[in-house]
Design a protein around this ligand. Structure first.
Ligand SMILES: C[S@@+](CC[C@H](N)C(=O)[O-])C[C@H]1O[C@@H](n2cnc3c(N)ncnc32)[C@H](O)[C@@H]1O
Length: 259
């Protein structure tokens, strides 16, 4: 607990990112990974293998951007660094551990940014600096450059989570309408508008099991991304991890866009 607190306060991040709970969440994911890494292993391997399969078919390998690089558990970083001229890791939070791993590769950079472009304005709304939450739109100001491959990696369903959680904690979720679904749709719209191959890996369905009954819900809205190249089950919460359910599984899909 003390270690997590220390990691949190020493992780560099803008004020709005911290107050939306994104730093805390990045540290919490690391703690969950330590507890659940055996249950997560096949999902992480499947994610890395989908990335390697996609890159092996490419002729031009200049720049690759990994969105939602997070703790790098699902990123075959060494292979990407060897295959591409440059590797950009995009995330709203880069922990010290991740920065230090990236520093070990001459052609890998960490770019700390919000791929929705909404977090600062959303925090401003919660602080009373504006009357309405920001309208999710396709982000226009991201420093995308001319990548050969963009990978949206186990990120899509997470994009609205902390914003909605903070609004809920302040009793203001009722003002959000279909904010969460629209944030996810605009991310996919943005990916589809890129002039390069895009690999989208995301959870698409969640399965909550309790006393032999499995409750299934969509993790993302209708995506219109075609059939996945592959899908698999990720045991997110093995027995003992969740206080509410016996187990939680996510169905994850890998989609190739802009082919
Ligand atoms: C489930 S993790 C992805 C798994 C990650 N690749 C790993 O191995 O730990 C989701 C990631 O999305 C990032 N994220 C959430 N909202 C974001 C945003 N608005 N912009 C960029 N990254 C964001 C989080 O910081 C987190 O690292």
């Amino acid at each position: 607990m003390i270690l997590e607190w220390l990691q949190s306060v020493t992780t560099p991040a803008p004020r709005h990112v911290r107050s939306l709970g994104l730093v805390h969440e990045a540290i919490a994911i690391e703690a969950r990974y330590k507890r659940c890494h055996r249950a997560w292993a096949s999902h992480l391997l499947n994610s890395r293998n989908q990335i390697l399969a996609t890159t092996s078919e490419m002729e031009t390998r200049g720049q690759v951007i990994v969105l939602g690089s997070g703790g790098l558990h699902d990123v075959p970083l060494e292979a990407l660094s060897e295959t591409f001229t440059s590797v950009a890791l995009w995330d709203v939070v880069h922990t010290r551990r991740v920065r230090s791993i990236a520093a070990g590769f001459a052609n890998v950079s960490c770019q700390t940014l919000d791929v929705t472009g909404l977090c600062e304005a959303f925090d401003g709304w919660l602080r009373g600096h504006r009357d309405f939450p920001p309208e999710p739109s396709v982000p226009m100001n991201l420093p995308t450059g001319s990548p050969d491959l963009v990978i949206s990696l186990n990120l899509l369903s997470q994009l609205p989570v902390q914003m909605v959680a903070r609004a809920t904690a302040k009793g203001r979720a009722g003002e959000l309408g279909d904010f969460a679904d629209t944030v996810m749709r605009r991310h996919v719209d943005w990916l589809k508008a890129l002039h390069c191959r895009v690999l989208l890996i995301t959870d698409i369905e969640r399965r909550y099991a309790k006393a032999g009954v499995v409750q299934v819900e969509d993790a993302v809205p209708e995506l219109d991304c075609g059939r996945p190249l592959a899908d698999w089950l990720w045991e997110v919460a093995p027995p003992g991890e969740s206080t509410d359910y016996d187990t939680i599984h996510h169905k994850v899909g890998a989609f190739l866009l802009n082919e």
